[in-house]
Design a protein around this ligand. Structure first.
Ligand code: ARG
Length: 466
């Protein structure tokens, strides 16, 4: 990094002394915003084409600008471009390189434009593409969930409330709960993308421009769905970044919950699933350890994504209209969020289809936790008892079971009848966990056929929506 010692800025006409060297590096953003280079050049090319169409620049000048910009793009992609902190940000680095390459004409490109509408445009182009990549990854994960769920529509496990065994369910149904949450996350991102896909360019610094620009044409070239209605709003608000960050936080909250579950389930106390070795690590001191590092890290990484959401909200809340330099601080939280979400989804998309359920342990847990107590209460209700009374009777039978170390299905008919003579021989079919899950066959229930149907429906929708 070279220090400033002379007036050499693109904007220093009115200045009488060079920028303080510390201030120069303090205010620069090129160290992080250089990743927007491709979008910046794409935006500049579209802007130049529009300037030519509107007869603000000539066709030969346009051709020279486009050729210069594509050479710069190539240089950047090959890692040969020299970024300079003295040139502050991605925009001025590229503009200076263009001028160095094509001469005075390079300085004409910025006609009718400001860095304020330029950065807002770059950010929207970047985010639109990242949202598409993230949605693609979520869909890959969703497909993996469906594949795993499909093979476990008969795999019985206990369902939990308060982390206590509650009622028997099938593992496929449990997986489809995660599916539903992540499908909503994808939907939220699709909605968010609509609001990202609106073009600020043409707003210039804040008030628009006196040049006869054709915003609709630039928007068409850049694939924007609409153009921003208000120039002040367009250059200043970052609600689209905050909205994305909120969607990303929700997604990470889901991945973190799921991670927590995997961590519990791989512990010897639960022992419900095994994760493939390649997703785990060992301990340098305890030879027996196989640690679920990937889910632990995903759970941990949710923290930085939530933190970024709060940073972005706080960044915005005190800003008067229109653009303020504060907004430069939106980049790092956004880039970090995109990178974190993508990495966590990549890990999950690979790991989830390779989860190895331990069916016998799941079944054993479901058979020993009085998971069919509600079924017994429902049975008594069907025999004419009020639910609250049935609940009390079953509670006493559970106490008997606990005393005798027996599950409800292991109690004799006499033992059951000791609490209610409404109980008959037919009770055992309701105490059977397979019968219990099969009886919940309404839409949204855990019966194997219902779950299979839900999986097929989800797969149909997922493939239909691409
Ligand atoms: N680096 C700036 C940002 O990220 C670009 C816009 C700067 N505009 C300005 N008037 N200083 O927001």
């Amino acid at each position: 990094m070279t220090l400033a010692n002379q007036k050499d800025k693109l904007w220093d006409g009115r200045f009488t002394e060079a920028t303080d060297a510390f201030v120069e590096s303090f205010t620069a953003s090129v160290n992080f915003d250089h990743i927007l280079a491709d979008y910046d050049i794409e935006g500049s090319m579209a802007h130049a084409r529009m300037l030519s169409k509107a007869d603000i620049i000539s066709a030969p000048d346009l051709a020279t600008m486009l050729a210069g910009l594509s050479e710069i793009r190539q240089e950047i992609s090959q890692g040969q471009f020299q970024w300079s902190v003295q040139l502050e940000d991605v925009h001025m680095n590229i503009e200076a390189a263009l001028t160095a390459r094509i001469g005075e004409l390079g300085k004409v490109l910025h006609t009718g434009r400001s860095r304020n509408d330029q950065i807002a445009t770059d950010l929207r182009l970047y985010l639109r593409e990242q949202i598409d990549l993230i949605i693609g990854k979520i869909k890959q994960l969703l497909t993996g969930i469906l594949d795993l769920a499909e093979t476990h529509t008969q795999t019985i496990m206990p369902g939990f409330t308060h982390l206590q065994i509650a009622q028997p369910i099938v593992f496929g149904h449990h997986l489809m709960a995660w599916y539903a949450m992540l499908a909503r996350d994808a939907e939220r991102l699709i909605e968010c993308r609509k609001r990202v896909n609106c073009m600020p360019l043409g707003s210039a610094a804040l008030a628009g421009t006196s040049f006869p620009i054709d915003r609709a044409y630039t928007a068409e070239l850049l694939g924007f769905q609409s153009i921003a209605d208000n120039s002040l709003d367009a250059v200043s608000d970052r609600d689209f970044v905050i909205e994305f960050s909120a969607c990303a936080s929700m997604l990470m909250m889901h991945l973190s919950r799921w991670s927590e579950e995997m961590i519990l389930w791989t512990s010897p106390q639960f022992d419900f699933i095994e994760l493939p070795d390649r997703f785990c690590t060992g301990s340098s001191i305890m030879p027996q350890k196989k640690n679920p590092d990937v889910p632990e890290l995903v759970r941990g990484k949710s923290a930085r994504v939530f933190g970024s959401l709060l940073s972005l909200l706080t960044l915005m809340k005190g800003q008067p209209l229109a653009y303020n330099k504060d907004n430069q601080e939106d980049k790092e939280p956004l880039f970090d969020t995109v990178q974190t979400v993508m990495a966590c989804l990549t890990a999950f998309a690979d790991m989830v289809p390779n989860i190895i359920p331990k069916k016998e342990n799941m079944l054993r847990a479901a058979s020993t936790g009085y998971a069919t107590a509600t079924d017994l209460a429902d049975y008594l209700v069907r025999k004419g008892l009020a639910f609250r009374d049935a609940h009390a009777i079953v509670g006493r039978l559970v106490a008997t079971g606990i005393n005798e170390h027996k599950d409800l299905a292991e109690l004799s008919l006499e033992q059951l009848q000791a609490e209610s003579d409404l109980i008959q021989e037919d009770v055992y079919q309701f105490l059977d966990i397979h019968g219990s899950v099969a009886s919940r066959s309404h839409p949204g229930g855990t019966a194997p056929d219902t779950v299979r149907h839900a999986i097929n429906r989800a797969r149909g929708l997922l493939t239909k929506n691409g």
